[in-house]
Ligand binder design. Structure first.
Ligand SMILES: [Zn+2]
Length: 358
């Protein structure tokens, strides 16, 4: 599932190409009604004004006062192909799949030797897969928005994502966005500390993963932020001091900013187009997916456990247990059965998905 920095990277990639550049919308094709909510006709003839982000949702604002709320959830993808970007794109050579966050960018001149313009003015983001380079639409395409200057494909293998067209003035009423908390950058330490107090009995990781408390902090960044602040992920939120809360909030900002920078710098790297993850994480992750490896701070081996049903990485020395209650709701990483916690099926499936992809 793309996390906030990846969604922001997608926003930037599309913002560069679509608003006031792609021209009018000529056609909207819906292949899967479950994934396209609202009237497709409502955006025909208009142009994109700007693209914003709220949490992990993208808001595509149209000039006719309508907005598409787009959420990629687990396997969603947004793929932009400029009009002169068509034809077969070979995938056996090196392509441009950005690992992990799954961003593909084909605007660099000569980026794809010998296939000149096929991928110029193209951009793709979301769940990394062959679709970034494949001929589209294909059987995972749920909706297609054709502009004068190019085409936007909304692909989603598992159909949990959505593209929802509403009146711009009613965006705030959307139930997905209405419940969203502030992002770490928008929040004061007092506000953050107050959230922790309100959920004092829950493991700190579960509290910061809940999008109602903090928007945009996903599993990877929650682990990284807790490591940054030297807080054991299973500690009760109510036992976190104000000083620790401050450090944790700072950590959330720092790790996401670091990731955004990594996305920005590796976006042009050539990597195999097999959709595998790894390199991108290595650029900034200090605990995530590093179980068994040495802690960058103290050399202790990083451990993996389950907290609130999610795979959780931490350093046993830097992130010490402080109280007897710290291990409630914590399981060893082997005992995944029945450890979904209160995260619901979405978190659980995301975890399973992550394992499948290895
Ligand atoms: Zn350590």
């Amino acid at each position: 599932m793309p996390e906030l920095p990846e969604v922001e990277t997608i926003r930037r990639g599309l913002e560069e190409r679509v608003p006031r550049k792609a021209g009018k919308i000529l056609e909207v094709k819906v292949f899967e009604k479950k994934c396209f909510i609202g009237e497709p006709e409502g955006i025909i003839g208009t142009e994109v004004e700007k693209i914003e982000r709220r949490g992990k949702a993208l808001l595509i604002h149209f000039l006719n006062k309508k907005t598409a709320i787009v959420h990629l959830r687990m396997t969603g993808q947004l793929i932009w192909r400029g009009n002169y970007a068509s034809g077969d794109i070979k995938t056996e050579d090196e392509g441009f799949l950005e690992k992990s966050g799954g961003v593909f960018e084909g605007t660099k001149k000569g980026a794809y030797e010998g296939e000149k313009s096929l991928i110029e003015n193209s951009f793709a983001g979301g769940h990394p897969s062959e679709n970034f380079l494949a001929e589209l639409p294909n059987r995972q395409t749920r909706a297609v928005v054709r502009f004068e200057g190019g085409t936007l494909f909304f692909n989603d293998q598992r159909k949990f994502g959505f593209f929802k067209v509403v009146e711009t003035e009613r965006v705030g009423e959307d139930k997905f966005l209405a419940g969203l908390g502030k992002e770490p950058w928008e929040m004061t330490v007092e506000e953050f500390f107050e959230k922790l107090q309100r959920h004092r009995g829950a493991p700190i990781k579960a509290v910061i993963l809940d999008q109602k408390n903090v928007a945009g902090l996903g599993n990877i960044y929650a682990d990284e932020a807790l490591f940054y602040a030297k807080i054991f992920p299973g500690r009760k939120a109510g036992e976190i001091s104000r000083e620790e809360a401050e450090k944790l909030l700072e950590g959330a900002r720092v790790v996401m900013e670091r990731s955004l920078e990594a996305g920005g710098s590796t976006i042009r790297n050539y990597v195999k187009s097999d959709g595998t993850r790894g390199d991108y994480l290595e650029l900034f992750a200090e605990v995530f997916n590093r179980e068994g490896k040495e802690c960058v701070r103290c050399g202790e081996k990083i451990k993996k456990i389950r907290v609130a049903g999610r795979g959780t990485h931490y350093c046993p020395r830097c992130q010490e247990l402080k109280g007897a209650g710290d291990l409630e709701g914590v399981r060893s990483s082997q005992g995944s059965q029945g450890s979904r916690g209160s995260q619901g099926s979405q978190g659980f499936h995301a975890e399973v998905k992550r394992k499948e992809e290895k």
